[in-house]
Design a protein around this ligand. Structure first.
Ligand SMILES: Cc1cc2nc3c(=O)[nH]c(=O)nc-3n(C[C@H](O)[C@H](O)[C@H](O)COP(=O)(O)O)c2cc1C
Length: 176
């Protein structure tokens, strides 16, 4: 069986200040088939190198978008990455089949606890509902949309719970 090459596209506004995403990232980085790609470190000015990013996508089988949930959505740099990289003729449109058959997984962390992301809960909508634009994007690009990996209620998370979350994340990546 050939190795599943995983590209982990990481977006955080201030990676140096991260606690939860950093723990997840460290767990993922211990896997030899995972390429960790820190967008903020690479593009502090948000000027995305489209060709480089497309080449990275072509070189991998599974794409993981990892980010803290900001305003019920992705950090701005990840939206910019989508706008620049998922271009006509690459991700959609004529000859836009370059991502067909690849897997896409969203890995996100939320301040709100899990029950806040239930219908009728504090935020009214589930994470799956709020992340529909990324699901629709995967669909348009012919990618298989994998179940979301989420760590919720991050402020209440003690070190043991954070360790468990990181271990679970690593296991999800190993299972690809
Ligand atoms: C600008 C900003 C917007 C945020 N918006 C949300 C939000 O909409 N929903 C939520 O549950 N948490 C929200 N949070 C909390 C972050 O998701 C939380 O701080 C993050 O997941 C922690 O991860 P880290 O330790 O890697 O920084 C927001 C935080 C910031 C800084």
């Amino acid at each position: 069986m050939s190795t599943n090459r995983i590209l982990l596209v990481y977006a955080h506004r201030d990676p140096g200040a991260s606690r939860v995403n950093r723990a997840l990232l460290d767990a993922a980085a211990s896997l030899s088939n995972v390429t960790v790609h820190n967008l903020t470190a690479r593009y502090p000015d948000l000027r995305i190198d489209t060709e480089h990013e497309q080449r990275l996508l072509l070189e991998h089988d599974t794409i993981v978008l990892q980010f803290p949930f900001y305003w019920y959505s992705t950090p701005a740099i990840l939206k910019e990455w989508q706008d620049a990289v998922l271009a006509y003729g690459f991700a959609y449109g004529e000859n836009g089949d370059k991502l067909h058959g690849k897997k896409l997984m969203i890995a996100t962390t939320t301040g709100g606890p899990a029950e806040a992301y239930e219908a009728g809960g504090y935020n009214q909508f589930t994470l799956s509902e709020l992340l529909r634009p990324l699901q629709a994007t995967a669909n348009l690009a012919g990618m298989s949309y994998e179940p979301i990996f989420a760590v919720s209620g991050v402020r209440m998370l003690d070190e043991a719970a954070l360790d468990r979350a990181a271990t679970a994340y690593r296991a999800r990546l190993v299972a690809f």
